[in-house]
Design a protein around this ligand. Structure first.
Ligand code: ZN
Length: 339
């Protein structure tokens, strides 16, 4: 989805609504109340309405935008509804055109787009841009395969954190993130899974590997104790010893997952100046989604559909205080400072 295509295909609100209609009801419009397929379509014209201003007492004329509606023809129902009815797109007063442009911006930005940039590009308020961005991220959750097969790299890293110059102490408040990469195979390109992990890394790391990695897959890790359990299992496993300066040993390496970390960190530094721990899993979902679908024909359409089907992410939930954060101990023994 490039800017030219966005302009020609989604240049008017009407075109955007027609697109949403095709995505929502590929087999023809159905009534949102009774499910009937006997539907008629009609539009109201853009008009003006006289309204008395309650404070000044003056009569002002207000523009009422054209509305595109469906009418259920079932005599017992007669419901009127829009293409966005009951979806996240109707929860805001934002035109669908802005939603679609925002989705295209996020899908295209390899390193993500900041709310500030989106504010300028779309001509919306910062708050709206920020909220749009997070809702789109939410629609990108769950792009990783359920089970990783073949050759799998497992690794953890740290992101974020504050540095106190006066005290010259090490960074604190860093968040550990654990990730898996299923390497490229005949069935497709490489796929990634990542999530923030708390202090108890050993059981957490073990749980993720047991849940998400096939028992026949070969797992490559570094020498961190969290991976020791692998030796006691029948899983094919090899270790790269980072502390001895060993990074690539034939096919035994963690380069794919390291590359993902560096992309993610560059995105965090370049596009987002501050990312709170609370929202980190959503940023990870965004980067994971783009990575896993980088060869997909219609990344844009996938997000549009996920948003149609998805549960609205309430603004209240986004801005609520984060759950108490445990302190995050070092997950890796050495040499993994966030870059
Ligand atoms: Zn109906």
């Amino acid at each position: 989805m490039n800017l030219i295509k966005l302009q020609t295909e989604f240049g008017t609100e009407e075109k955007c609504l027609e697109f949403l209609e095709r995505m929502r009801w590929p087999n023809g419009v159905r009534c949102v109340t009774c499910g009937s397929d006997k539907i008629s379509k009609f539009s109201t014209k853009e008009g003006t309405r006289k309204r008395k201003n309650t404070t000044t007492g003056e009569v002002e004329s207000k523009t009422v935008p054209a509305r595109h509606l469906y009418q259920c023809l079932e005599p017992t129902c007669k419901q009127q509804f829009t293409a966005t009815a009951g979806t996240i797109y109707s929860n805001t007063h934002l035109p669908v055109q802005k939603w679609l442009a925002a989705i295209a911006l996020v899908c295209n930005a390899k390193k993500g787009i900041s709310a500030k940039q989106m504010q300028r590009d779309l001509g919306v308020t910062y708050k709206t841009a920020w909220y749009l961005n997070h809702r789109i991220r939410e629609a990108m959750i769950g792009s990783a395969p359920a089970v990783f097969e073949g050759t799998v790299e497992a690794d953890a890293t740290f992101v974020g954190g504050k540095f106190d110059k006066r005290r010259k102490r090490a960074k604190y408040g860093k968040q550990a993130v654990f990730g898996l990469v299923q390497r490229k195979s005949e069935t497709g390109h490489s796929k990634v899974y990542a999530q923030p992990v708390p202090i108890e890394t050993r059981p957490v790391v073990r749980g993720i590997i047991e849940d998400r990695v096939s028992e026949t897959a070969t797992v490559y890790t570094d020498e961190h104790p969290a991976y020791r359990f692998l030796r006691k299992t029948d899983r094919p496993h090899a270790i790269v010893i980072h502390s001895r300066g060993q990074y690539v040993d034939g096919t035994v390496h963690n380069n794919s997952v390291e590359n993902f970390w560096s992309l993610f960190k560059r995105g965090l530094i370049g596009s987002f100046h501050q990312v709170s721990v609370k929202h980190l899993s959503r940023y990870l979902a965004e980067f994971t989604f783009r990575f896993n679908n980088r060869e997909a024909e219609n990344m844009f359409g996938m997000v549009v559909i996920n948003l149609l089907a998805g549960i609205a992410l309430e603004y209240k939930r986004l801005i609520s205080p984060p759950s108490p954060i445990t302190s995050f101990a070092e997950l890796l023994p050495s040499g993994d400072e966030p870059s």
